[in-house]
Ligand binder design. Structure first.
Ligand code: SF4
Ligand code: SF4
Length: 219
C-alpha cells in the first residue's frame, strides 16, 4: 500500500493502482465516463477526470496516473474545474439531449456530471453538431443511438469479457465514429438478448434492448 493525500486527507491505495480508481474506491468522486473498474489500462478517451498533482504544472487525467507514496492531489481547483467543464461541454456539443424519451433518464452519468459540475446539459457556448446518423436497428436485439453515445468503449470491453471476442466495435473515424455490431446483424442466435451486459454498462442511454423500447423509439 502507498499513502497519498487527496483534498488534504490521507488515503491508502494499493501500490500500482491508478489514481482515479483509488479516489473512487475511497468515495472521492471525480467525473469520468470511460473508466471501467478493474481495467488497468484505461482508454482515457473522455478527458474528464482531471486532477491537480503537486509538482506538476498542469492538471492531468487521474485514470492515467499511477499512485506514488507521498503524492499530493487536489480534485477541486479552478483549473481542474475549467478543464472538466470545457471537456463536458465539448462532449455535449455532439449529444442529442432528449432525456424525457431516453431510458437512462435520472440514472444517466451525463446528468450526474452536469449536476456535479453545476452546469447544464447543453453545450453552450459551443454550437451543437450532431452526427448524420439515425438509430441503428440492424442488430436483431439491440438498438444503438449514435447521437447519445459518448464513445467510452465500455460496451466493447464488457462484451469481450463475456464472449471472448467483442461483437461490438468502433467503426468509421473521427467525428463519424460510431459503435457497430459488425457481422452480428443477420444472426438471430446471438447471446445478446439474454446477456445485455453492454446495455447495463453503458453510462448513458445509447444502447437499448429492442424489447425494452417503446414502439416509437429507434425510429
Ligand atoms: S443519454 Fe443522458 S443526457 Fe442524453 S438524452 Fe439520455 S438521459 Fe439525457
Ligand atoms: S454505446 Fe454506451 S457504452 Fe458503448 S461506447 Fe457508446 S456510450 Fe459507451
Amino acid at each position: 500500500m502507498v499513502t497519498i493525500t487527496v483534498d488534504d486527507k490521507p488515503l491508502q491505495a494499493p501500490e500500482g493502482s491508478r489514481l482515479l480508481a483509488a479516489c473512487l474506491a475511497a468515495g472521492i468522486y471525480i467525473p469520468h465516463l470511460c473508466h471501467v473498474p478493474g481495467v488497468d489500462s484505461p482508454p482515457a478517451s473522455c478527458r474528464l477526470c482531471f486532477v491537480a498533482i503537486q509538482g506538476q504544472a498542469h492538471p492531468v487525467t487521474a485514470c492515467t496516473v499511477t499512485v506514488a507514496d507521498g503524492m499530493v492531489v487536489q480534485t477541486d481547483t479552478p483549473a481542474v474545474r475549467r478543464l472538466q467543464r470545457s471537456g463536458f461541454r465539448l462532449l455535449m456539443s455532439a449529444h442529442q439531449v432528449e432525456c424525457c424519451r431516453c431510458p437512462a433518464n435520472r440514472a444517466c452519468a451525463l446528468q450526474h456530471i452536469a449536476r456535479f459540475l453545476d452546469i447544464g446539459l447543453r453545450s453552450r457556448p459551443y454550437p451543437t453538431r450532431l452526427k448524420d446518423a439515425a438509430p441503428d436497428t440492424s442488430h436483431p436485439f439491440l438498438v444503438h443511438f449514435p447521437n447519445r453515445c459518448v464513445l467510452c468503449g465500455r460496451c466493447i470491453h464488457v462484451c469481450r469479457e463475456r464472449n471472448g471476442a467483442s461483437l461490438l466495435a468502433f467503426s468509421h473515424r473521427g467525428f463519424d465514429t460510431v459503435i457497430s455490431a459488425f457481422g452480428a446483424t443477420g444472426q438471430t442466435r446471438l447471446p445478446c438478448e439474454s446477456c445485455s451486459a453492454c446495455v447495463a454498462i453503458c453510462p448513458v442511454g445509447a444502447l437499448s434492448l429492442k424489447s425494452d423500447l417503446d414502439p416509437d423509439q429507434g425510429d
